[in-house]
Design a protein around this ligand. Sequence first.
Ligand code: G3P
Ligand code: MG
Length: 245
Amino acid sequence: MLSFPRTIGHRGARAYAPENTLAGIRVAAGQGARWVEVDVKLSRDGVPVLMHDDHVDRTTDGRGAVAGLDFADLRDLDAGVRFGPEFAGERIPTLEETLALVLELDLGINLEIKPCPGREVETARVALDAARALWPAGRPAPLVSSFEVPSLETARDHMPDWPRGYLIDRRPRDWRDVADRVEAATINVNASRENARGIAEYLATGRPVLAYTVNDPGRAKELVGLGVAAVFTDRPRDILAVLGG
Ligand code: G3P
Ligand code: MG
């Protein structure tokens, strides 16, 4: 049975701590979030790590493409200092470290497969193998999401029992077919592009709808009123205050 709270920390707690870091996950949990969402991609040498962008420039003190850097190079980078000096020394975490912390903090997790271009299948396979090795049987499985249909198809074939979230930004004409084909358990939509009618259309497929990225408490309440099951937020504390866990 698929179950998740209404408030999910986006990239940890992105407004309060560096995104996709262990510190960010700790902050989200400290604010009361029961689930977090993180972005997973591969280093050049195939280690699954948390990183949103294809390049390290925005979030670290380094430069270059993630797909062009070995894990040892990524590990040398500071993933906290750009956010604030109090986070200096924070490292890019591996997926394994992330899952270990999530389990320690008794959180749930949405693993967004965020492949560098051309690595859609490999990223899903490697990340899910790593996750499967660590995730205790019997514990509610992570939600595995992606914008990339080949990643979702790989997840469907490789890890059929773990629920999949079909991430949509601008919805394609064939979104219903894609959702069926990847056997999506949820549809995860861009809140800034959606209205009541669109959300009703997603809900009519019988799937829970999750919405990103919602930082305004009023909008979060409105979306839940329209039937949205959960929102991803950079500001877990603020959204938890109106939606609860
Ligand atoms: O999974 C929800 C959200 O994280 C998708 O967008 O670009 O923040 O990864 P993005
Ligand atoms: Mg994401």
